[in-house]
Ligand binder design. Structure first.
Ligand code: AMP
Ligand code: MG
Length: 411
C-alpha cells in the first residue's frame, strides 16, 4: 500500500477497481439522468411521409418558377389528415405545418409569400425548388440506431425515447450506497442536544451529495470508536455496493476504521492522498466487489473527497462517461498563500468580469470550517507544486453547482 498518492493516481486507482452496474428496466420518466445500457433502434420513420414545414401552399415548382403566378386552390390539408387530391398543373393545395405533402406537389410556398382571393392564390415570391418540406425519415429512419449505449438521458434524449415508444428503458442500475459516521463525540440528528458533543454533519452532507447524483443512500447512523461496534456496523455496510465510512481513518489512537476493515478482509488499495483538505482518505474493495471509502472526518475534507473520488466512482458505476466536475478558468481576485506538496482545493465563489470568471476564496479555509463549503460555487485547484498564487493569476475551478460533468479531470 503506497502512502500519499497524487489526486490523479488515486482517482485512476479507484476507477480501475469499480465496475459498471448491470442493466435494469425503468419507466420512461424515471430514466432522466440515467445512462442507456443498450442501443435504441427506431421502430418507425419520422416523419412518416414528406410533411410541410410551413403554413402555406403545396405547389408544383414548375408552376411558380416565375412570379407572380396564379393557381387554383383545390384542397385544404391539415396536420393528421391524408390528402385525397393530387396537385395537377396550375393547381395548389392549402397546407398546414406538419400536414402531409399531397401527390404532385414538390414545393411549399409560405402563406406570407402569397395572396388568396376566393378559389385562387397568387404566389408572389417563389422559394427554391423543394423548399419547406421535411422529408420522410428526416428525424428517425426505421431500423436505424438512433441512440447508442452509454448515452446520458437528457430531456432531449427522453423525447426521442418517447418517439420510438420506449415506455420502459434499459439503463445501468444505480449502486446501493451505505453511509456510516464514526466517532465517540458525535450526536445524531434525532438525539437531544448535548453541549459536549459534535453534531453529525457528515452523514447528511454525504447523503445530499449522493442524492444530487440521483442515488438514495442508506444511513447506517453513528458507530463509536470501539472496534467491536465498528466491526458490526462496517460489516453491515459491506453488504452494499459502496460503503462510505466517515472519520477514524487518521493516525489517532482511536482511529479504528482501517484496522477493522483489514480484519474484515477488505483489500486496501491506498491510504492518504497528497491533497488539502482531505489527505487521510482510504480506499479498498471486498472480495465480492463492494467498494469502501474511508473518508476523513473533518466535514469539509469529507465533502471535497466525495467530489474528487466518490462521485466519479458512482457515476462510472452508473455508466456515465463524464465523471468529473466541469471546470472553467478563472482569475484570482486576491493572492493565495500555499505550501508545496499537496494539491489544494480552495473553496471559492465566482463572479463574471467581461467574458471571464473571477474566483474569490470563501474565507477561512480550515478543513473543519463547513461554512467555507456551504457558500462555495467551486473548488479552485492549486497544483501540488505551487507555492502560492498572486491576484490576477489564472486557476482551474471545478463548478459545484448543478450537475455538469466532463470527461477529463483537467486538474
Ligand atoms: P476524525 O477523522 O475522526 O479524526 O475526525 C476529524 C474531525 O472531524 C474531528 O474534529 C471530528 O470531531 C470531526 N468529525 C468527525 N466525524 C464527523 C461528523 N460525522 N460530523 C461532523 N464532524 C465530524
Ligand atoms: Mg474520529
Amino acid at each position: 500500500m503506497t502512502a500519499y498518492r497524487s489526486v490523479i493516481e488515486a482517482q485512476q486507482c479507484i476507477l480501475s477497481h469499480v465496475s459498471m452496474m448491470p442493466p435494469e428496466e425503468v419507466a420512461l420518466h424515471d430514466s432522466l439522468g440515467r445512462v442507456l445500457a443498450g442501443d435504441v433502434t427506431a421502430n418507425r420513420n419520422h416523419p412518416p411521409y414528406d410533411v410541410s414545414a410551413m403554413d402555406g401552399y403545396a405547389v408544383r415548382f414548375a408552376d411558380i418558377a416565375r412570379t407572380p403566378a396564379k393557381l387554383t386552390v383545390v384542397d385544404d390539408i391539415r396536420a393528421g389528415q391524408m390528402p385525397a387530391i393530387k396537385v395537377l398543373q396550375g393547381r395548389a393545395a392549402r397546407i398546414m405545418t406538419g400536414a402531409p405533402v399531397p401527390q404532385g406537389a414538390d414545393t411549399v410556398v409560405r402563406v406570407e409569400d402569397s395572396e388568396q382571393d376566393g378559389n385562387d392564390v397568387s404566389i408572389l415570391v417563389s422559394p427554391a425548388s423543394g423548399a419547406n418540406i421535411r422529408p420522410l425519415g428526416e428525424n428517425l429512419k426505421n431500423g436505424e440506431v438512433v441512440l447508442s449505449k452509454g448515452t446520458e438521458i437528457t430531456p432531449g434524449v427522453l423525447a426521442i425515447l418517447a418517439m420510438v415508444k420506449q415506455k420502459q428503458v434499459s439503463v445501468f442500475a444505480k449502486p446501493s450506497v451505505a453511509i456510516l459516521s464514526t466517532g465517540d463525540e458525535l450526536e445524531g440528528l434525532d438525539e437531544p442536544i448535548d453541549e459536549n458533543k459534535i453534531p453529525d454533519a457528515n452523514s447528511h452532507a454525504l447523503y445530499a451529495q449522493c442524492k444530487a447524483l440521483g442515488i438514495e443512500p442508506t444511513l447506517l447512523g453513528i458507530a463509536h470508536d470501539n472496534p467491536i461496534e465498528l466491526r458490526a456496523k462496517l460489516a453491515e455496510g459491506l453488504k452494499y455496493d459502496v460503503l462510505l465510512a466517515s472519520g477514524g481513518v487518521s493516525v489517532g489512537h482511536h482511529d479504528f476504521v482501517r484496522p477493522t476493515l483489514d480484519a474484515l478482509g477488505i483489500h486496501m488499495h491506498f491510504w492518504r492522498v497528497a491533497m488539502r483538505p482531505g489527505h487521510p482518505l482510504a480506499f479498498g474493495t471486498s472480495e465480492n466487489g463492494a467498494a469502501v471509502f474511508g473518508l476523513p472526518g473533518n466535514p469539509v475534507s469529507g465533502m471535497v473527497c466525495f467530489e474528487q473520488f466518490v462521485a466519479p466512482a458512482l457515476r462510472s458505476m452508473m455508466g456515465h462517461e463524464k465523471l468529473f466536475r466541469r471546470t472553467v478558468q478563472a482569475r484570482l481576485s486576491h493572492d493565495l498563500k500555499d505550501r508545496a506538496g499537496r494539491m489544494h482545493f480552495v473553496r471559492v465563489t465566482l463572479s463574471r468580469d467581461g467574458d471571464g470568471y473571477i474566483a474569490t476564496s470563501t474565507g477561512t479555509q480550515g478543513s473543519g470550517v463547513l461554512m467555507s463549503m456551504a457558500v462555495a460555487e467551486g473548488f479552485a485547484v492549486v497544483a501540488a507544486e505551487s507555492e502560492g498564487l498572486a491576484a490576477g493569476d489564472t486557476v482551474t475551478v471545478q463548478l459545484l453547482q448543478g450537475m455538469d460533468f466532463q470527461q477529463d479531470t483537467d486538474i
